[in-house]
Write a protein that binds this ligand. Structure first.
Ligand code: CP
Ligand code: NVA
Length: 306
């Protein structure tokens, strides 16, 4: 099988996503039944973190062990990556020793350069521009709770960031609509998001209007990793972009609430929403592991049976 990378959401087709969601459900069921499933025995995943993580680290690491494989964990501070070894050289070396690489870093171009020099599949564990593993898990969670997302409306309230960009890619590929509301100056940029047209998203100045009639309301931190210097300025700009009970009320009565986490209650979301009955954030976090196990299985073994 030719090497496939997962660097952005558009790297797979709609048909491949259908397969991944099906496999994630099968793999999750095995895990819940304590059924041993070791298709990745003797395989090694290298995880490179240039930014902090809880969910991504635990979900990839636990997921790889559960599938019989092992992991190597590297950070900028404890590897030569932090001492200016060229990314291309790091890719050549690391990919001769492991079967799969997951990278969390800053610019998307960095992960693309790594992938271009890697002998093994590379997975984007978050960049400034994209977070495809998170949207993979979010969609799997939506499907588990509500069925197909095709034709549905997702309200995005907050920053035009890596999560927003990836939602736009998913909407264009899988046939749903994103209602985007960001403060001015923090809009999504269609060229950065890498979507072909604006047909699958609508921009709203008022976050309440973005939520009206939505099937899913979702948000993210006001300040993403790497943008900490803008924190104070962002706190002022984003004050009205807090998902509250009134926003959930204008969404569909059975609307779900999601947040990739970590969350800041009282900033981008009120506690009564994230801790309320429409919130599925804990399922969403858990599903990172099941969805990524399906992803790793697919990248290393293709379409397996059983
Ligand atoms: N949602 C997410 O990627 O969380 P971590 O930053 O904890 O990995
Ligand atoms: N947009 C956030 C997501 C964290 C999981 C960030 O990039 O920091």
């Amino acid at each position: 099988m030719a090497i496939r990378h997962y660097l952005q959401f558009t790297d797979f087709t709609a048909e491949e996503y259908a397969w991944l969601f099906e496999r994630a459900a099968v793999i999750k069921k095995k895990f819940k039944a304590y059924e041993k499933y070791h298709p990745l025995a003797d395989r090694t995943l290298a995880m490179i973190f240039e930014k902090a993580s809880t969910r991504t680290r635990v979900s990839f690491e636990a997921g790889m062990y559960q599938m019989g494989g092992s992991v190597v964990h590297l950070t900028t501070g404890d590897s030569q990556l932090g001492r200016a070894e060229p990314i291309e050289d790091s890719a050549r070396v690391i990919s001769r020793m492991v079967d799969l690489v997951m990278i969390r870093t800053f610019g998307q171009e960095k992960i693309e350069r790594f992938a271009a020099h890697s002998r093994v599949p590379v997975i984007n564990g978050l960049t400034n521009e994209f977070h495809p593993c998170q949207i993979l898990a979010d969609l799997f969670t939506y499907i588990e709770h509500r069925g197909s997302i095709a034709g549905k409306v997702v309200a995005w309230v907050g920053d035009g960031n890596n999560m927003a960009n990836t939602w736009l890619q998913a909407a264009e590929l899988l046939g749903f609509t994103v209602h985007v509301s960001t403060p001015s100056g923090y809009e999504v940029d269609q060229s950065v998001a890498g979507v072909r047209s604006n047909a699958s998203y609508k921009v709203f100045a008022d976050p309440m209007e973005a939520c009206r009639g939505a099937d899913l309301v979702t948000t993210d931190v006001w300040t993403s990793m790497g943008y900490e210097a803008e924190n104070e300025q962002r706190k002022k700009a984003f004050a009205d972009w807090c998902v509250d009970a009134d926003m959930m009320k204008v969404a569909k009565p059975d609307a779900l609430f999601m947040h990739c986490l970590p969350a800041h209650r009282g900033e981008e979301v009120e506690a009564e929403v994230i801790d309320g009955p429409q919130s599925v954030v804990w399922d969403e976090a858990e599903n990172r592991m099941h969805a990524q196990k399906a992803l790793m299985e697919y990248l290393l073994l293709g379409r397996v049976a059983g």
